[in-house]
Ligand binder design. Structure first.
Ligand SMILES: N[C@@H](CCC(=O)N[C@@H](CS)C(=O)NCC(=O)O)C(=O)O
Length: 378
């Protein structure tokens, strides 16, 4: 090999090194991918969407854990307007809710401090770009796991934390008890959600004609319904019970028993960081396993030193399961101690002592007839 060829190879290697370094920003590698997005067709009374191919810069790669640990704070995409799930309380200026507690649980597992979180509030439309761009580490915001979100939008879902379905709220005085009675009605619905499309598909299937009024966020959708602009208000049933308490007279409204879809809600991370998705997933499984094994926030300390092997493994006293995830072995102990098991989280936010008093239903352990299955720490 002559000298010129050696110099050429060396300068090519140097260029590759410089390019690789340039694409590292604040410890995150940027990756541009072409993804398919749904864009609403303009107009208040249409739920039509068209698809477009756009280039999106992702904060890619397998370094979210390192980024979070270096920053010392977990950034969660959340919700500010759904009491019980994700709510920014104007009185305290703090976020609370079922989804917020899962954000805290991840911070407890990864940083040892459930309060080391920053919640970035998002709407139906803004939530996906917020996660894709790397502005947040995880999105935990009543988001339905669907095929297109898992594939063309470039995400990976963690286990479902809340099994839901889309429902309809109507005025009690209208004496409506089924979807069929909504023929000719006007329905308030939020953009950027599965809700819009389910409504269009399901009502078309049932042959029910209706006029949709489409709004960009929960507040404007609820206010329009409350002001009488629509006969019905549709979203996930969890969203409906939540929005109901914010209406001028909550008792003047009912949620129909029927539902029109399955809405499996759970956390999601950027595709391409398997290690980070494993961590989020096993934090969720930690909360299921703790409930299954009878370990809760009140008794977790008394369960340390247990001679029951699954409890010892769960709390990090045997098995090195935390290390396998790149965490401390006591990560699940920290989750239960600082935030609670699944039942603690559910009851604190949605249980009998809250304004919602939501029965567990499908969100019970499989041993109680529900859908929650504690994948073993083994
Ligand atoms: N689960 C559905 C709907 C989620 C959704 O965005 N629901 C609305 C209505 S409750 C919401 O959270 N809005 C909050 C906001 O826009 O501030 C989805 O993933 O598309």
């Amino acid at each position: 090999m002559n000298m010129r060829r050696i110099l050429l190879i060396l300068s090519l290697l140097a260029m590759i090194f410089v390019l690789a370094a340039c694409s590292e920003q604040g410890g995150q590698t940027e990756v541009t991918r072409i993804v398919t997005v749904e864009v609403p067709v303009a107009g208040e009374t249409t739920t039509e969407v068209q698809t477009q191919q756009v280039a999106v810069t992702f904060a890619g790669g397998g370094n979210t854990l390192r980024t979070v640990q270096e920053r010392g704070v977990l950034k969660c995409g959340g919700n500010a307007n759904v009491p019980g799930f994700g709510y920014l309380d104007p009185a305290t200026g703090g976020f609370s809710g079922f989804d917020i507690d899962f954000c805290k649980a991840i911070a407890a597992a990864v940083l040892g401090n459930s309060e080391a979180i920053e919640v970035v509030p998002t709407t139906g439309d803004s939530r996906f770009p917020t996660l894709q761009s790397g502005e947040v580490d995880v999105l935990i915001r009543n988001t339905t796991w669907t095929l297109s979100r898992d594939t063309s939008l470039g995400f990976d879902f963690a286990p479902v934390t809340f099994f839901d379905g889309q429902g309809m709220m109507v005025r009690r005085a209208d004496n409506i008890s089924s979807f069929a009675q909504l023929a000719g009605s006007t329905i308030c619905v939020q953009s950027g959600t599965t809700t819009e499309k389910n409504l269009a598909d399901y009502f078309a299937l049932l042959g029910i004609n209706y006029t949709p009024l489409v709004f960009p966020d929960a507040v404007s959708t609820r206010e329009a319904y409350d002001s009488g602009a629509c006969d019905g208000f549709t979203t996930d049933k969890s969203g409906l019970v939540s929005q109901q308490i914010l209406l001028a007279d909550p008792t003047a409204h009912v949620i129909l028993v029927e539902d029109m879809s399955r809405e499996p809600l759970g956390p999601l991370t950027r595709h391409g960081d398997n290690e980070w998705n494993d961590i989020v997933s096993w934090v969720v499984y930690c909360t299921f396993n703790a409930e299954f094994l009878g370990v809760n926030q009140a008794n977790v300390d008394s369960q340390l030193g247990s001679d029951n092997p699954p409890i010892a493994g769960l709390l990090g006293e045997s098995g090195d399961y935390g290390q396998a995830l790149g965490l401390n072995n006591d990560f699940c102990y920290q989750v239960v101690k600082q935030v609670g098991n699944y039942a603690d989280i559910y009851n604190r936010n949605l249980g009998p002592d809250t304004p919602f008093d939501l029965p567990r239903g499908p969100n019970s352990l499989y041993t109680d007839g529900g859908l929650l299955y504690p994948i073993p720490f083994r």
